[in-house]
Write a protein that binds this ligand. Structure first.
Ligand code: HEM
Ligand code: HEM
Length: 312
């Protein structure tokens, strides 16, 4: 989903889900403070503990629903939305000055589901923690809880990535696409190769090395960090600057100047392309943690619930 064009995702529909999350947190804290029996240590098995545990689990299931809903073909969603768009729904929505797409009763947009996902996911930190009564141990219950925290942390990272990286990608691409940038780099490489033919072997070697060894993309770690150390193009630029003082006969200074300017342009394009690759891969990579860990968390929580019900 392209969140680049949805900067108000956190404040969706007049903060509706921010308020929902805050209410849940407030009620959970009030319930914990007021109703946990003072005589016994609070833990997951008290009435308040059960209510908070069951509520947390329901929220987890609702968070999974987002993944399923997201995969519903858009045409199906539109059809369902149109089916619900009765005159009655439109009338009520008009009176409340909002689109029926923003209403629970008449269906919900994907953006609305994501806002709900984020806010309830964040509220889970408080709800589930109060459920545990701060009792932790080396067991499957705490494993489920720990995985939940990691999933939530990765969710926050994902949110940060979606809100920030699309703008950085646009800034780096400017008028181009990534393919366009790569094409320009290739053209500059070719021009540099031709220019270098008028110069000494060591210059040709630098240019050839910069062409063959410069990596854009590469391994996952390289993509995420974007840095190639040492970068052959950067080395070539630095060396050409130094060699400029050596090749001063006849037309050599002119060729060296031209070559330097070509390689400098290439270096800037390479940096922009790497930045784009880095942002794109960071926008994808966190989901490889978020989704499998969500599944692992659900498995651990299922064992947790089954085991506490078994020993009930
Ligand atoms: C997001 C959902 C949940 C999380 C993260 C969670 C996590 C935990 C953790 C970490 C503990 C403390 C374990 C310990 O003492 O070492 C605990 C205890 C407990 N949980 Fe949950 N739980 C969740 C949902 C539920 C649900 C749905 C139920 C009931 C059906 C439940 C029932 C209990 C009970 C009875 C205990 C006390 C066990 C004991 O100390 O003997 N939990 N939970
Ligand atoms: C226990 C808590 C959570 C669970 C189980 C969970 C689970 C999921 C699942 C299953 C998806 C769908 C991924 C896909 O199919 O592509 C998803 C997406 C996402 N989640 Fe969570 N999530 C949790 C908490 C959070 C939190 C706290 C945040 C943000 C603060 C968050 C942010 C996101 C974002 C930004 C997406 C991707 C949206 C998109 O690309 O459409 N999640 N999550």
């Amino acid at each position: 989903m392209d969140l680049a064009h949805r900067p108000n995702i956190l404040r969706y529909n007049h903060d509706r889900y921010v308020r929902l999350g805050l209410w849940l947190v407030l009620l959970a804290v009030a319930g914990y403070v007021l109703f946990e029996p003072a005589a016994t240590e609070p833990y997951g098995g008290t009435p308040v503990g059960y209510v908070l545990g069951i509520l947390s689990l329901l929220i987890v299931l609702l968070l999974f629903w987002y993944g399923i809903y997201k995969r519903c073909p858009t045409s199906d969603r539109d059809r369902r939305f149109e089916e619900r768009r009765t005159p009655e729904a439109q009338g009520k929505a008009d009176r409340r000055n909002k689109s029926p797409a923003q209403s629970w009763r008449y269906g919900q947009t994907l953006q609305g589901w994501l806002a709900l996902h984020i806010n309830l996911g964040a509220a889970l930190i408080v709800l589930a923690t109060l459920h545990t009564g701060f009792e932790f141990g080396w067991n499957v219950h705490t494993l489920g809880y720990g995985l939940m925290l990691v999933v939530i942390a990765s969710g926050f990272y994902g949110l940060y990535a979606y809100l920030n990286y699309p703008r950085r990608i646009t800034d780096n691409l400017q008028e181009d696409t990534l393919e366009g940038l790569l094409l320009k780099i290739d053209e500059l490489d070719e021009m540099a190769r031709v220019k270098a033919l008028y110069l000494a072997d060591e210059v040709n070697e630098l240019v050839l090395n910069a062409r063959q060894e410069t990596v854009i993309g590469g391994s996952l770690m390289q993509q995420l960090n974007w840095k190639q150390a040492p970068c052959p193009t950067r080395i070539a630029v630095r060396q050409l600057q130094k060699l400029g003082k050596k090749y001063i006969a006849d037309d050599q200074p002119k060729y060296m100047r031209d070559l330097y300017s070509l390689m400098l342009r290439k270096q800037r394009l390479v940096e922009r392309a790497r930045n784009v690759v880095k942002c794109k891969s960071r926008m994808d990579a966190w989901l490889y943690l978020h989704v499998p860990l969500s599944a692992a968390m659900l498995a651990a929580l299922s064992v947790h619930v089954l085991s506490v019900l078994f020993y009930w």
